[in-house]
Design a protein. Structure first.
Length: 120
């Protein structure tokens, strides 16, 4: 409808790249400085101290989330699977649980269901 095209490049285990080209769309004259805008936005965001459990079987994903959250007053605990996450949740009573859906031993759905059904 916009006289464009979409292409997909995918390599198993590496990820997928989507290219969207719109040939007859006017570009705004002044582009915002995204880096400066993001910096201003992030400086305006503040959080109360909180405890977070990050559950993911991929170590890199946990590290990446911790890097994003490191400048905030959070205490972060890591779990490599859902069973370990539940132990940490019972022990530390976190404010937030960030969980992957697919994990060994117990997946994210099972973790969420167990939390929901636990009266504590």
């Amino acid at each position: 409808m916009m006289n464009g095209n979409i292409t997909v490049e995918s390599e198993q285990g590496q990820g997928t790249k989507f290219n969207i080209n719109l040939h007859q769309v006017e570009v705004a004259a002044a582009q915002p400085d995204r880096e400066k805008t993001s910096e201003i936005f992030l400086k305006s965001v503040s959080f109360e101290p909180a405890t977070i459990v990050i559950a993911d079987d991929v170590d890199y994903n946990r590290t990446l989330l911790k890097m994003f959250l490191k400048s905030y007053p959070f205490t972060i605990f890591e779990a490599e699977n859902g069973a370990v996450a539940l132990e940490l949740i019972r022990q530390y009573k976190p404010d937030i649980v960030l969980t992957d859906i697919r994990m060994p031993a117990m997946d994210g759905y099972e973790v969420a269901t167990t939390i929901k059904n636990d009266e504590q």
